[in-house]
Unconditional design. Structure first.
Length: 222
């Protein structure tokens, strides 16, 4: 009996999915597979992620979520999407494209920092490099935006503390099919935006198993 990708699924895309499954992430990061976007590439997979405060350490199955997940609000949320077009796309400079999103609420004092957007964007490169990825070699056509929104309450809500909502959108073309490293870099960006200190040890294995939906040919887009 031979093993291999499902009928109609390119070998490279199947290899990328397998590498995503083998990635190891911090215990604070919770992943959920979500419907992939449409109309950009013939194959895709999409994950949403939350950074939860005080999450218990150690691996766990995504099919048996911890009750802790329902008791707290996430420190940061985001999305990680992999697009694959066997024919390649000129703007990508390759056949794969990683599209990411990170959202977090920061302390209101940071709103006045004129370098906030620059600092937030620098996190993207730092997280890629910390994961062992070199721009121009392991990633191509990197780009993105940083958006910050200051919320100030008035009237009956005047006592509500102000806050800064930060949104980082970043995309790049991975070189090769070892996308687990790219997933770890994005997870590190999530925890950085959430204000969780770096933790080189004690990571938890990503036990989520993607459904057949992510392996089937379909039209996708952001």
């Amino acid at each position: 009996m031979t093993s291999g990708p499902p009928t109609g699924v390119p070998v490279d895309f199947a290899a990328a999915l397998a590498d995503l499954r083998s990635a190891a992430l911090r215990a604070e990061v919770r992943l959920t597979e979500i419907p992939a976007p449409r109309r950009v590439a013939p194959f895709s997979v999409a994950l949403s992620g939350d950074v939860l405060p005080g999450a218990p350490p150690g691996p766990r199955s995504a099919d048996a979520p911890d009750e802790h997940d329902h008791d707290v609000d996430p420190l940061a949320t985001g999305r990680f999407v992999v697009l694959y077009d066997p024919a390649g796309q000129e703007a990508w400079h390759g056949t794969f494209r990683v599209v990411t999103l990170v959202r977090a609420t920061l302390e209101p004092e940071m709103a006045a920092d004129p370098l906030l957007a620059d600092v937030a964007w620098s996190w993207v490169g730092e997280c890629l490099e910390t994961a062992g990825l070199t721009p121009g070699t392991d990633t191509l056509a990197d780009g993105g935006t940083v958006t910050r929104v200051l919320s100030q309450s008035y009237g009956a809500l005047e006592g509500t503390p102000g806050a800064v909502d930060l949104e980082i959108r970043a995309s790049w073309t991975p070189v090769g099919t070892r996308l687990g490293t790219h997933l770890r870099a994005w997870a590190a960006l999530l925890t950085t935006a959430a204000g969780v200190p770096p933790l080189p040890e004690g990571v938890a294995a990503l036990t989520r198993r993607f459904t057949d939906r992510s392996r089937q040919r379909h039209t996708v887009g952001p």
